[in-house]
Design a protein around this ligand. Structure first.
Ligand code: SF4
Length: 344
């Protein structure tokens, strides 16, 4: 393998940031951690008075400070990064790309080393990534040459690689429905627990509402979408099932789109090895919740906001939660039988 040879999905090569055209910029409402080295570089920068004033307002201490999580980017009253103006980062504009924190420079890209193969992928939390996936038949991983300045490259173990290859094989079988393929993945991860969950009698619609109510209290990016959907389906299963039919007619390729999103997120998260705080055999719960909430939110939100852009926005908001918060851990704590969310 050459050092600059990377395995990437087709969309990766087409990605470029939408800057001021982005409807939900990642420079807004994100608690982005900044390393000690980047923070010290920025606060001692030789820069204009305007930038210097913004830098002094732009960071706050996290509850637990570490070298890598030394400060968090703070917001102005609009919920935007203090250094953001009209679709551009003022720090980037004045001092150049290499000066900004690595996380800002690389987002939404993530770089991994799998065996002796480099792999690069983008997060579904970026609306441009979701747009590109919407327009793709499949993820189609191919080798390409990249020159990246990424320092933070995660390593995937041999055990993880073997699981990832098995999941890819399951998703490549297009004769099954998406929920059926996810079920097969869950059975591989934890057959006994998944089967036990699936036999329970809880109502998946009520369960989805309870999960959203708990999550949106903590993650405001999802709240507008979640409130629309919660209000529409509380105690109204008939309306939800009717909206499902309308959704599938409006977006006939929904299953391929969801499958590519979920598969992309699994690779981004190194599923099922997502969070060292819990047993990886519980990771199937987060996967079921990802599918269930994706369908529930998309069906409900696009029943009121039916454009392709609306679908893209609600998907990106959900994956902000899935890819960039302790989603798998939280689901494990707050939902008893998430396998039932596959029935949505
Ligand atoms: S979310 Fe994506 S397209 Fe939008 S500003 Fe961020 S990187 Fe650019």
């Amino acid at each position: 393998m050459k050092n600059n040879e990377w395995l990437v999905p087709d969309y990766f090569k087409k990605f470029s940031c939408k800057t001021d055209k982005c409807r939900s910029t990642c420079c807004s409402r994100w608690r982005i951690p900044v390393s000690k080295a980047a923070y010290e570089r920025i606060i001692t920068a030789d820069c204009s008075d305007e930038l210097s004033k913004r830098i002094s307002l732009g960071f706050k201490e996290p509850e637990i400070i570490s070298e890598e999580r030394y400060r968090l980017i703070d917001f102005n009253w609009l919920g935007e990064c203090q250094l953001y103006q009209d679709g551009l980062c003022l720090l980037h504009k004045e001092k150049g790309e290499q000066f900004i924190p690595e996380i800002c420079r690389l987002f939404p890209r993530s770089y991994k080393r799998i065996n002796d193969q480099n792999m690069a992928i983008c997060s579904n939390a970026c609306e441009r990534t979701v747009e590109l996936i919407y327009d793709s038949e499949n993820l189609n991983l191919t080798k390409t040459e990249l020159n990246t300045s990424a320092n933070n490259i995660s390593t995937v173990s041999q055990e993880d690689v073997e699981m990832i290859l098995k999941f890819q094989k399951i998703f490549s079988d297009k004769t099954n429905s998406l929920s059926h393929n996810i079920e097969k993945v869950c059975l591989l991860v934890n057959e006994e627990a998944f089967k036990h969950d699936s036999l329970q009698a809880d109502d998946p619609i009520q369960m989805a509402i309870e999960v959203l109510e708990t999550l949106v209290n903590r993650f405001s990016i999802l709240s507008d979408y979640a409130e629309t959907v919660i209000n529409r389906y509380r105690n109204n299963e008939v309306l939800y099932r009717r909206d499902c039919v309308a959704f599938e007619e409006r977006f006939p390729d929904w299953m391929r789109f969801f499958e590519n999103l979920i598969n992309n997120s699994m690779m981004y998260e190194n599923f099922p090895f997502v969070d060292s705080r819990f047993d990886k055999t519980d990771a199937y719960k987060g996967l079921c919740a990802t599918y269930g909430l994706l369908r529930f939110l998309c069906v409900g939100y696009t029943s009121q906001h039916p454009l392709k852009e609306d679908l893209i926005d609600v998907c990106a908001a959900l994956f902000h939660l899935v890819d960039h918060s302790p989603f798998y851990y939280n689901i494990n704590v707050i939902v008893k039988y998430p396998a039932l969310l596959l029935k949505l």
